[in-house]
Design a protein around this ligand. Structure first.
Ligand code: 3HC
Length: 310
């Protein structure tokens, strides 16, 4: 019954152990996991679009092959995470319908345009770098299927981050125009990448409960400042700069500090009024409609197979 279930759940959380799909769990725990895991899955799927924009225009066969592999990885991450969300009792069709109807959130970062080839570098280095900073702690999330999905996803993300850094390194050591293109891209992607970590802690309604349930291990600001410290060092290797002259390490607090972020822009993007929100949803809707015949054929085939075994 619920009292025994709640006691067992509380004990598992207190021991920092894993909750598995068949364990009793409070409705709020299930709800916040469906919310976060489905949004994470949507982010991976929508995140394919900004990069796909450059697959046909990659500067070499090598770069084209690497970018295709990365975008295919993102698709796999999305399917992995939809499967994790399904273990919580949410049908995949429902999650897809919500996304297509514009009722589901996905990461703010994918509502920005990819204007130049250098953006493939900045996305790999900054966006996948931020995703790694956020996802490594999620490998220890208390919900088993989510934490385990993160382990494999993080391994692939490190390839994504490295290939992005290498693109920027090549451009930064190329012609003056290539170096400028890389710097311009970092200038455009730096702040949106920092906002991927979520709103400031004092404006993060889900954090307290999510941390109490060992889903979120570190606060939004904690992970954001760690990430700033990482890229502050890495950008020196590129011989380029970050568009923020207020970055400094505060010896007393032991935290990195950075310039202000535009949380109004963040709220606009979350409200669906970012630079690319409409186009991202339209493209996702179109892909779903174009794929209807595949789903119908697969369902008809499965039904035929099932009749054979009756
Ligand atoms: N984009 C869109 N919505 C965001 C957001 C962002 N960057 N950051 C926060 N939000 C939303 C939250 O979903 C919440 O809204 P909701 O209650 O309607 O869901 C609201 O803003 C308040 O934020 P909170 O801090 O209270 O919410 P959370 O506790 O859920 O923290 C989070 C936000 C840190 C993003 C957390 O949800 C999380 O860790 N999610 C998993 C990570 C994820 O989604 N990563 C996607 C990155 S892209 C990616 O991985 C692809 C890469 O391979 C390129």
């Amino acid at each position: 019954d619920d009292a025994a279930g709640q006691a067992a759940f509380d004990a598992i959380i207190a021991q920092d152990s894993r909750i598995e799909p068949r364990d009793w769990m409070p409705e709020g725990y299930r709800k916040t996991l469906v919310r976060q895991v489905s949004q994470h899955a949507h982010s991976e799927i929508i995140g394919m679009q900004p990069e796909a924009n450059w697959i046909t225009r990659a500067p070499s066969l090598k770069r084209k092959a690497i970018l295709m592999a990365k975008v295919q990885d993102e698709a796999g991450h999305g399917l992995y995470l939809y499967s994790a969300a399904e273990t919580l009792g949410t049908p995949r069709d429902k999650m897809t319908e919500d996304l297509i109807a514009g009722k589901a959130r996905y990461s703010s970062i994918f509502n920005y345009p990819t204007r130049t080839w250098a953006d493939m570098g900045a996305i790999g280095w900054l966006v996948d770098g931020a995703a790694i900073a956020n996802q490594v702690p999620l490998c220890r999330a208390s919900y088993g299927p989510y934490g385990r999905a993160m382990v494999r996803i993080c391994k692939e993300e490190s390839f994504h981050q490295r290939q992005g850094f290498e693109i920027l390194l090549e451009l930064a050591s190329g012609t003056e125009a290539q170096k400028q293109m890389a710097q311009d891209s970092i200038n455009r992607w730096y702040a949106p990448a920092l906002m991927m970590f979520g709103p400031p802690d004092d404006d993060s309604p889900n954090s307290r409960q999510s941390m109490a349930w060992n889903i979120k291990r570190f606060s939004n600001d904690e992970l954001r400042q760690r990430f700033v410290g990482m890229i502050y060092e890495q950008v020196k290797v590129l011989g380029l700069t970050l568009p923020d002259d207020q970055i400094r390490f505060n010896e007393e607090t032991g935290k990195w500090e950075h310039g202000p972020l535009d949380w109004n822009e963040f709220k606009e993007v979350l409200a669906g009024r970012g630079p690319c929100n409409a186009q991202r949803l339209a493209r996702r809707r179109e892909a779903h409609e174009d794929g209807a015949w595949v789903r119908e054929a697969a369902a008809a085939y499965a039904a035929k197979q099932a009749r054979k075994t009756e």
